[in-house]
Ligand binder design. Structure first.
Ligand SMILES: Cc1cc2nc3c(=O)[nH]c(=O)nc-3n(C[C@H](O)[C@H](O)[C@H](O)COP(=O)(O)OP(=O)(O)OC[C@H]3O[C@@H](n4cnc5c(N)ncnc54)[C@H](O)[C@@H]3O)c2cc1C
Length: 273
């Protein structure tokens, strides 16, 4: 087991052991190791890597270290900037899991029912990777290729996610199975300056999908300076259009439509200002 303290040391450890598994908080990995499902020759533990810790924001956006735990994503100063991400992190798993589970691990696992990626997709976030070839950026919407497979190249790790600044409400809603994992999730972000609503659906399909037809429909239905939806029927149509990306099961389409309608009503009220 390698325990690097810097990003360069982590990359060097990966170069020395190309088949090594990266270990974040271990909430996905440890059950697989303990059950013998995974038997890696070596492990690179990322917990002590300084550059993966913490977050910072400026006028351009928010930088989120891959080592941020779900509990840290909920801290009030960060939740004020990225409320949908805080809500998604706060609803995922029990507290002991949230104290260990990391942003980087959630992206690395690339699970269909993962709660973080749909939010990052709605926020037009970028995943920042680091490897021996230097840093590389991948849009969040293109990071997961299929469940369990990502755009990471051999020898690379996830260093951070970057979320561009946007002024306006951000919302997240998930309908969960008995297991606690999301059956469907919907993330919505309003940008009052660029006059755009961005919406992504998670869990219903193998990878999160942007509801582009629903986004385009809304552009003409919002009184933008006021941030209000012109007519109440628009909520219904928005929900219907978002549900078209949710695949074929009627329960998934229904759940997505209900979530999308509620999130929009919360983000942009109806009627004149
Ligand atoms: C009881 C329970 C409930 C859960 N509920 C939810 C839930 O509701 N929603 C949800 O989304 N998830 C849930 N999870 C899953 C899990 O907690 C998350 O996927 C978590 O974010 C994984 O992070 P980790 O740091 O523990 O990853 P780890 O287990 O350490 O690693 C997971 C994978 O990511 C890779 N990895 C880790 N860090 C990096 C990095 N920096 N760069 C590249 N690859 C990396 C690892 O190699 C591994 O393949 C639950 C888990 C448990 C045990």
């Amino acid at each position: 087991m390698a325990t690097p303290h810097t990003l360069d040391e982590a990359v060097a450890a990966l170069e020395a052991h190309p088949a090594a598994l990266l270990l974040g908080g271990g909430t996905d990995l440890m059950p697989a190791l303990n059950s013998g499902r995974l038997r890696p020759g070596s492990v690179v533990a990322l917990r002590a890597v300084r550059e993966l810790a913490g977050w910072h924001g400026d006028d351009l956006g928010v930088w989120l270290g891959a080592g941020l735990t779900f509990t840290q994503l909920q801290q009030p100063s960060l939740a004020a900037l990225l409320p949908a991400l805080a809500r998604a992190a706060g609803a995922a798993g029990p507290p002991a899991v949230r104290n260990a589970a990391t942003l980087g691990g959630n992206l690395g696992t690339a699970a269909r029912r993962g709660d973080i990626l749909p939010v990052l997709v709605a926020l037009d976030a970028v995943v920042l990777l680091h490897g021996s070839g230097g840093p590389r950026k991948v849009p969040a919407g293109r990071f997961v290729l299929e469940p369990g497979r990502t755009a990471l190249r051999p020898g690379e790790l996830i260093a951070a996610a970057w979320v561009p600044a946007a002024r306006g409400p951000q919302e997240f809603c998930a309908v969960r199975r008995e297991s606690g994992r999301s059956l469907v999730s919907v993330a919505l972000a309003v940008d009052l300056d660029t006059r755009r609503v961005r919406c992504a659906v998670g869990a219903a399909r193998p990878v999160p999908v942007r509801a582009t037809a629903a986004e385009a429909f809304l552009a003409g239905r919002v009184d933008w300076p006021a941030g209000r939806v012109a007519d109440a029927a628009a909520y219904e149509e928005f929900g219907r259009l978002v549900a078209t990306v949710a695949g074929s099961p009627p329960y998934a389409r229904h759940a997505v439509a209900v979530c999308a309608r509620r999130l929009l009503a919360r983000a942009l009220p109806a009627g004149p200002a």
